[in-house]
Design a protein around this ligand. Sequence first.
Ligand code: FAD
Length: 560
Amino acid sequence: EPGPDHEVDVLVVGSGAGAMTAALRAAHAGASVLIVEKAAVYGGTSATSGGGLWIPGNHLMADCGIEDSDADAMQYMAQLVGEDAPAANVRAFVTQGKRMLRWLTEHSHVAYQAMSYYADYYQHLPGAKTGARSIDPLPYHAGVLGRDFHDMQAPHIQTRVLGMIGYSNSEGAILLSKSPGWFKLLCKLTIGYFLDLPWRLRSRRSRRLTMGNALIGRLRRSLLDRRVSIWLRAPVKRLITDAAGAVVGVEIERDGARRTIRATRGVILGSGGFEHNQALRTRYLPQPTQTHWSAASPGNTGDLLIEGQRLGAATRLLDEAWWGPTMHVRGEDRARMLFTERSMPGAIVVNKKGARFFNESVAYTTAVQAMYAAGNLPAYLIFDARYAREYPFGPLLPGGMHLNWLQLRHIRRELLTTAPSLAALATRLGIDADGLAAGVARFNGFAVSGKDEDFQRGENPYDLLYGDARVQPNPCLAPLAEAPFHALEIHPGDIGTKGGLATNEHAQVLHVNGRPIAGLYAVGNVAASVTGRYYPGAGATLGPAMTFGFLAAEHACRDL
Ligand code: FAD
């Protein structure tokens, strides 16, 4: 073995939100900490996300008058998780997530507001809340990051108006549903963007950080305050163990050479899922599945999952993902999620029989679960001319506009199928025309009465989140009546895989023999999710990732 080039107390692998929270907590405890990141930028998928956290019982809930308790949260979680995650882990998340948030609020630049309108995803379950367990990062100014701003992963293109102007989740909710004041808000954001003149002359990137960029920016500033370094372009290639099997360091590749880093207190893995590893997707996930259907960070290829397995780690839920229907635009390095398009009035999703098969307004994971369960893939999102005129759709602005003419042509030619009638549309797609005609006629009747008798779309607070407040009697239902009609093939994609290394309530990785592997922790999507096979509410990937990052650091530094 080559001798150690470098020694720290805690070595953190990856620079998503869970990893950074771990690094921050360990540094605060007095440990020397280093983050090593494979990509040329820090932040991972976390930086490209909405930055929302799902934290039951969080201290911001009281601001909106929504009460919560550990008992309510445990009841809700227990129904979703069943035997799919250890009860001790669920309890740790429910009781410690709120402590993590309060700690960050008091000891870092991380700042959040509650989303009182953002309902839990399974409203029919006892213990669900109508809002405020999901919280939204407050925008942040990139200027305080200095040169480090240039090294941050840019936001996902789908979270910017015209691919440029960012908005917070709370602002996005107003813009998308065209709630009162939406146009004024759009003008304010646009003017603010263009008035940042010194920066506009240099870059299209906005310095007003929102969503995942706000979270990662706030975490990075907090780490800079504690002088924690991030080594970019430094992928971990191997975990190093001692004679007793404890993890004592890692081997990385940097500047073309292998280097060893010794970690005296532990290695915390926050290296993301295996979204962009086709071999692992083919081995573990339901089929069909493709890497380019994933909206996650391209560097996430399951490297440390494979390393953990080599050391004998147990795994769970490898067939699961944080699912979401996606589309892929040629030239983009990751897919775009259809978070809202399915739900806005005037669109439906059908299978090859031309039939609807689920409530299109459900949350994204449920949507893909319905796609796989129904079979008959691919599925198509069908909408009419009124819808195209009114709402943004994938990369297209309302009215089907796009600033980039080449991309617009590509989208029109290769992604969208358009026809003057539903019958012609069905023929072009090669799906059952009679089925489509009957399905649309039935749906149009529901739109008039305001009642979806087949799938109850628009009948709970979550569905209404992405409806058009101006459309009545049901903001999620409008007839598909105006030609031309459009169709988009949608894929069973994801925003991250959620199966991984089995961990305990301290985020210690467990060996197949049931005992923790000393010195090894895993948080975020490299670890098996505490939420089992479901997605309890907005922020349920990052909330647990950060909670277990926090707990891993406390465990590694427990005697400091
Ligand atoms: P990441 O944030 O991807 O971090 C992993 C990092 O590890 C990457 O930077 C990667 O390069 C690095 N890495 C990989 N391999 C190695 C290696 N060998 N050595 C060193 N480094 C390595 N979730 C929410 O909870 N709330 C939301 O609001 C939300 N919105 C989303 C919106 C979009 C558009 C998308 C795409 C996702 C969203 N998600 C959201 C999902 C969420 O972003 C991910 O589940 C989460 O970021 C995963 O965190 P992670 O730390 O596991 O991985």
